[in-house]
Design a binder for this molecule. Sequence first.
Ligand SMILES: [Zn+2]
Length: 424
Amino acid sequence: MTTAAGILARCDELARHSSLPNALIERVYLSPEHAAVNALAAEWMTAAGLATWQDAAGNQCGRLEGAAPGLPALLLGSHLDTVPAAGRYDGILGVLLAIAVAERLALSGRPLPFALEVAAFGDEEGTRFGTTLLGSRALAGTWQNEWWGLLDANGVSLDAAYRAFGLDPALIGEAARTPVELIGYLEAHIEQGPVLDDAGLALGVVSSIAGARRFQVVIEGAAGHSGTPWALRRDALAGASEVILAIESIAREAKLIGTVGHLALFPDAVNVIPGRVEFSLDLRGEFDPQRDRAWALIEQTAEQICERRGLTLTSVQTHGAPAAHCSPHLRAAVATGIRLAGGESSPTLFSMAGHDAMAIAALTDIGMLFVRCLGGVSHHPDESVTEADVAVALDAFEAAVLALADQYDADEMDSEFDARAALR
Ligand SMILES: [Zn+2]
């Protein structure tokens, strides 16, 4: 049976499948590395007793039947792709915990009132095509046909990448599952924040996942010789700098997170006033209305700054997702799992980072279990978890599934009882 040490050894094995040299990890959607880790995951799923297949979107899937064949499934999953220079646990740990939980339940011989499925999603991070959650959105049935034209950094379209991976874009609809096939989705994931580490706790229950809005902002002034006197300058970068600091203070005030992660200036020369600046903004928070009010204030403030400096401002939203809320009964099952695994308390956290669960929320109820990561560091080679935490996460994840099975059995008995009572 796979132990916590075995799960960590598998994380190390997957980390070797990278497109970057010098032990740095990068594994993007529809790459040779993606194919290699799918093959490994399929091998481990098979060893765990699951029937396996790769779906039409390149997600590696497995299924363990319940008490009878063909029952609706509880889906467990996370992702195997990474950002550039990634850690080895973000997403990966959740997939490996899911496989290990399925293995434990298969070996226990206890018939479950639902099937168990595991999904190892091929794209959550969006590193290659700039659009996130492609794997889980295909499974959720929310695929958008306009994505086929998305290009990677080498000019390869998503459509061409599908074909090169051996997938047929025309069959993408086959990856989509329907609500009646599933009873819910549970995902274990490293916290990607410091709350658990600061509290000295291994595990937490997730209440909701923040929805991000992303914008592309362009500020235009006038390029000119660096000797131009102050009165005549319309410096787009000086204006953008003031706007970015205003974003920081507005977001802080509203208890949101705002990140300007990309900035480009034109013409980008040492003796020329920047005439045009483009930058990205990623704005996220627990509640959508609070986030949307902050964006309205940012836009208004940025317009005032630009007007005062003789600059023009344009912004377009490039991505928008509502916050996804975890279902009360799945939250309760995760909390029960943590308690049964010996956790002194099961703090409730909301996630600032996006997860596959957000996409799956369009299809079925979601729940999430967070695992402490050292210092809250993620998307970085220093990402770290302990073997002890992985062991307790495995126990808690299994106990959460069993708690749901008990709930499910009790509900069935209730409805049988109600049916019999109705006959009397
Ligand atoms: Zn992740």
